[in-house]
Design a protein around this ligand. Sequence first.
Ligand code: GP9
Ligand code: MN
Length: 717
Amino acid sequence: MKATFKWLNSRLGFFFLLTILIWAKSMLAYFVDFNLGIESGFQYFILLVNPFATTILLLSIALYVRKPKTSYVIMFLIYLALSVLIYSNASYYREFTDFMTINTILNSGAVSSGLGESALRLLRVHDLLYVIDLVIIPILLFTKVIKVDKKPIRARVALAFSILGALIFSANLSLAEADRPQLLGRTFSRDYIVKYLGLNFFMAYDGYQTYQTNQVRAEASPNDLVEVEDYVKEHYAAPSDDMFGIAKGRNVIYIHLESFQQFLIDYKLTDENGTEHEVTPFLNSLFHDNQTFAFDNFFHQVNAGKTSDAETLMENSFFGLNQGVLFPTLGGSNTFEAAPNILNQVAGYSSAVFHGNAGTFWNRNETYKRLGFQNFFDASYYDVNAENSFQYGLHDKPFFQQSVQYLEHLQQPFYTKFIAVSNHYPYSQFENDEAGFPIATTEDETINGYFATANYLDAAVSEFFAYLKASGLYDNSVIVLYGDHYGISDGRTTELASLLGKNPDTWTNYDVAQLQRVPYMIHVPGQTNGGINHTYGGQVDALPTLLHLLGVDTTNYIQLGQDLFSPDHDQIVAYRKNNYFFTPNYTYYDNILYDNTTGQPATKEQEESQEITDIKEKVAKQLEISDRLVNGDLLRFYTDSGLEPINAEDFNYKDQLDQLEEIEETKGTFSTSLYSQNGNKSTSDLYQTKTYKEYHEESTESTSATSATTESSTTEK
Ligand code: GP9
Ligand code: MN
């Protein structure tokens, strides 16, 4: 027995023991306490090896220390720190389904409430496995069962271990980047970083990011606001009298159309037999409805933060970051004066976001609180299973359907956002009863599937509208639909050319630039003077536009966009990447200025004209002001809005149905939720959903009106 454990009596033996134990504890946390969403054998493999690199690297520090006792003590202390990190995260995760960050540790009571008073409630039997060794190992050392090895490790050997750790780390990092490109640049979610690179790395990375943002933040002062305020005043576009307040007091329902480009509107895909298929018949009908104020020169302005950048723009009327992504880096600490907060404080709106993916994705669970969203229904509120979901969460039809059980409990008026996701890269084909819409036949799989997933999204939105009408919510709501960003990335668009009736050989970056249009439709039931508006605008303009329709004065808010209905609206659309821009006359994209009338590069005179110099200056200014505002966290100094600062701790995204029901109860007969108005009865059964197959069978058998298809119509799959 003794001989078997003899290796433990050497320093390297002790080092290996601790390494293996940290690995084992990491596995315990990964597989028992965390929910990391492992999607492939490859990810599984990365998960198994990721604790080694940083553990070896850190423990190797103690190998350089020659004195026996000191070396053992240092090694054990490092071990202790790593163990505490694993265990505290395991415990924190049970309460918050998230990892601890430097910010949560430093600034919030959340950690103490997670690990303090309620810690007992969070204890599990298997927790013993995380801590028992912390007692046993010292005992084994004191009782000399494990003997302290007096012989120092040669510096060269110590160095070899540090290098080994570093090598494993770089291998780990390249495997991770291969599976999830731009993992670090974009910081999609903490889950991703832990899944690919482990907890230790995550902590260090988070520390580095926090340090960087705090540096910039610390240097900023209230003085920096002056320039921002000047810009906002000068750039302000007063509302048009005809439009101001036309939707006053109505509920707001945002529908986020994932990866949806303007070219899909009215597009017909021709199948192999030459038959044309309208891709998004419902959204097309909305686009042409005279109750809809639709825009056909509206551009996305996102950068690496994609969906979350679109959200940043729409909710705040400022841009995402030039480098990195705002939600994960600043969302958990910055001060915002966003739409849900403004509407709550000036017009008594309640608010909620609905999204069928993990709440941690894009750090939404932290950021939404600071934006002022009272509720956030993430994947944990939905019945998500292998059949009705994919890698980005719940599919759109069950997503909208399952959302109404929560929506009906919100006090009205409400400000809500539904983030659809099925029309997301890689636009995989459905392999169930949702399959059937034709798949395009280009060389590019991604493009081929795009139309079918867009058609699915269209059907999902149509069902949701039918519910809104059936439940009565429709009439006192304004429904805003927008595409968040391109679905077909620039590099793939040549393949798309022929589908758009263009010649791939003469396809240029001018054509690519035109594809950055996304739909923006404001549907105001009962209004009849809508129509298609050709004004050039972008996502940064959405918030002042909406607030003015709701009759909210925006003069005192720091918003960088302009009301699209304002006669003063400047038709200059800044693109976040490289200060490109779109205007009615010019397109600046991929470092080339194009003349819109010809689609050809502009002449030298045009390029050097005063008009272009002015546009470039305005674009640069808007982006620069945005960066100053967010990087310096300047809104924390701003008081002229008259808004009370938000306390993120006031919002708790757990057990939200209970919270909403409690509000209904307290308000009694004054409760304005749909549920209360409906005599405390759910409206969920008004929701009708069918699969593509069911719709299709129905339309082909349209002569037999009472066909059996309606029977099973409310079941999804
Ligand atoms: C994820 C979804 C997609 O929850 O919103 O984000 P994206 O990849 O488009 O940025
Ligand atoms: Mn998106």
